[in-house]
Write a protein that binds this ligand. Structure first.
Ligand code: GCO
Ligand code: MG
Length: 403
């Protein structure tokens, strides 16, 4: 079997997506997601200039060898651009292999390890009352787990709060980076009150998650973790920027709040200390950014003996193709934790027909061969690329900070 050609499709239905389509001499094709929010065209160039020319003529069945060829064969290894390109090739090749076998992808990953895939949705609000109301709506829809983000009084920009349509949060919104302003101590003082109110209102059964989005120092995160302990959070996400994996030792020393990290990781080396020292409880590496199915399977296998569970990143800037790949992985992986599941808009789903659905807080897959997601190239062509940047963030005195 041979790869005959491959192409990259860039489309912007409500937001930019980069999709790889690999064709073979058996008439079967595979689809992979290569979207890196705010850096899309860098991945397009990497795929078109450096990966696709080497793919032609290769046997698409040799997924591991092709992964190693592109990983070890790139002298300049790792990084978000390289690994998103490799991820898209990997997911497309797994799609081809499953289609050739006539099986849904999860069957090639060991089959079902669970009946359904627990997901979490995103509630947010400009004040505590709005958040409480939004969470109520998610609970009515049957969600068991809900991420909660809230504006902080006196802080100009808080992460994760949608301005208009509460169900669609897309931070890459401007042709040049918008500058946000932040104050960590106002944030740390305010957020526990939001969860106190939520527990007062809804009791202790619902699972509540919160994303700090890389904005605290380890000792500040330890302090926030202690303040939040009475409200039994499912996790505190991205408490600090995780380049310094050892920094999590400080947080771990002071608080029992479960910790999640890893959506920005692109290789197993980004999380070996975090996992092997049990400094975290959930690893958020996702198929689109951390080496495809092949990459996240290796990370999950490392995590399993260390009691670390998976929690693939799944915001709207992961396309339905990337989401489908994660859901097949989620169904099979033994140490599954939870799946982030931000709903895509109708326009996005028109471009990317898919075979997954959400029901009563769980995602499920239709048993079609492959990962079940595709790209409608006619629909995709309607939405040309529009350069969009993620925001940048500064402290109130102007010091650059993590967004
Ligand atoms: C999440 C993430 C996102 C990112 C976004 C960047 O937990 O879903 O933090 O909201 O900010 O994916 O493009
Ligand atoms: Mg996050």
């Amino acid at each position: 079997m041979k790869i005959t050609n491959a192409k990259v499709i860039v489309s912007c239905p409500d937001r930019n997506f980069v999709t790889l389509k690999i064709n073979t001499d058996e008439g079967v094709y595979g689809i992979g997601d290569a979207t890196v929010n705010g850096r899309e065209l860098a991945v397009v160039a990497y795929l078109e200039e450096h990966l696709i020319p080497c793919l032609i003529g290769k046997d698409p069945q040799n997924i591991e060898d092709i992964w190693q060829y592109f990983y070890k064969g790139a002298y300049w290894r790792r990084g978000p651009i390289t690994m998103a390109a490799i991820s898209a090739v990997d997911v497309a090749l797994w799609d081809i292999k499953a289609k050739m076998a006539g099986l849904p992808l999860y069957q090639l990953l060991g089959g079902k390890s669970r009946n359904g895939i627990l997901v979490y949705g995103h509630a947010n609000g400009s004040n505590t009352e709005e958040v409480v109301e939004q969470v109520g709506q998610y609970l009515e829809k049957g969600y068991k787990a809900i991420r909660v983000q809230c504006s902080v009084p006196g802080v100009q920009d808080s992460y994760g709060v949608s301005s208009k349509d509460k169900t669609f949060y897309e931070p890459a919104s401007s042709d040049l980076p918008t500058e946000c302003s932040w104050n960590s101590s106002k944030y740390v003082q305010f957020i526990p009150g939001v969860f106190a109110k939520l527990r007062d209102t809804y009791g202790y059964e619902p699972e509540f998650l919160h994303d700090v989005h890389h904005r605290l120092t380890p000792i500040q995160a330890a302090h926030l973790g202690k303040l939040l302990e009475p409200y039994r959070l499912f996790w505190l996400e991205d408490a600090v920027p995780a380049e310094l994996q050892e920094g999590f030792r400080i947080i771990r020393k002071h608080t029992t709040i479960p910790l999640a990290v890893g959506e920005v990781f692109n290789s197993i080396f980004d999380c070996t200390t975090l996992i092997t020292e049990q400094l975290i409880d959930y690893i958020r590496t996702t198929a689109t950014h951390a080496g495809g199915i092949t990459g996240i399977r290796k990370i999950a296998a490392l995590a399993e003996p260390f009691h670390v569970k998976t929690a693939c990143h799944g915001p709207t800037d992961i396309s339905p193709v990337g989401m489908a790949a994660c859901l097949h992985f989620d169904l099979a992986v033994p140490n599954f934790g939870i799946q982030e599941f931000m709903l895509h808009t109708e326009k996005i789903n028109d471009v990317f027909p898919n075979q997954y659905q959400l029901n009563n807080g769980y995602a499920s897959l239709n048993d079609v061969p492959g990962h079940g997601a595709d790209i409608d190239e006619k629909q995709a062509a309607k939405y040309p690329y529009q350069r969009k940047f993620l925001p940048v963030n500064r402290l109130e005195d102007g010091t650059m900070w993590s967004w």
